[in-house]
Ligand binder design. Sequence first.
Ligand code: VGL
Ligand code: ZN
Length: 232
Amino acid sequence: MTRKTALVVVDLQEDFLPSQGSLAVAEGRSIIPLINDLLDTQKYKWNAIFATQDWHPANHCSFASQHGVEPFSELAFEHPTGEKDEHGNIKTQKQVVWPDHCIQNSLGASIDPLFLGLFNQIDPNIPRFVVRKGYLQDREYYSCFKDSWKLHKTEIEDQLKNLSITDVVFVGIAYDYCVLNSAIDCLASGFNTYVLKDYTKSVSPENINKTDLSYTEGGVKIISVNDLKNLL
Ligand code: VGL
Ligand code: ZN
């Protein structure tokens, strides 16, 4: 089978970037020039390029402000359609709640303009898509494939399959949340899945070894830019 490789750039949005972002990830801006270089399609022969965008309604359930608690607390969330466990209790999931971020059509939700400008100028023969996630109010949505309950799918899986993509490389923010969950769902959807670790940043860099294990235990390969020559 011929290999076809896609690049997925996760959540390069103002609210995740220092110093103004409401959920700024330390050193988040330092990876933007590196990622911009990956958009040079003479140098890197991608078969498709995706950019994801966290896209929340103003009253999204992942916002601490909706629950009267401090950001970064952990709350138990009920299953969105009230599905019950074997004891008849509504299923719950523990989730961190965040400062308000990436509210639809706000400046904070916008993708870094330099990256977006280059993305929009990619050779039109190379398919490119923006994939939004997090727009359903009642559920968290770290992965760009589906919500955390795995009830609602975005369009990315079909787009990858329609293009006969076999391999997917992830970069972006945050290594320990949206990049991780996207990569794990990507692998579960049947794609060879890689993360270019030096092209990511973490919300909690102090837990990096644990995060690495969450990738590799599932079968996602952590790679460096030199490994791309084997994939492209
Ligand atoms: C993200 C927390 C909340 C991410 C999105 O992009 O990793 N993290 N929403
Ligand atoms: Zn979010």
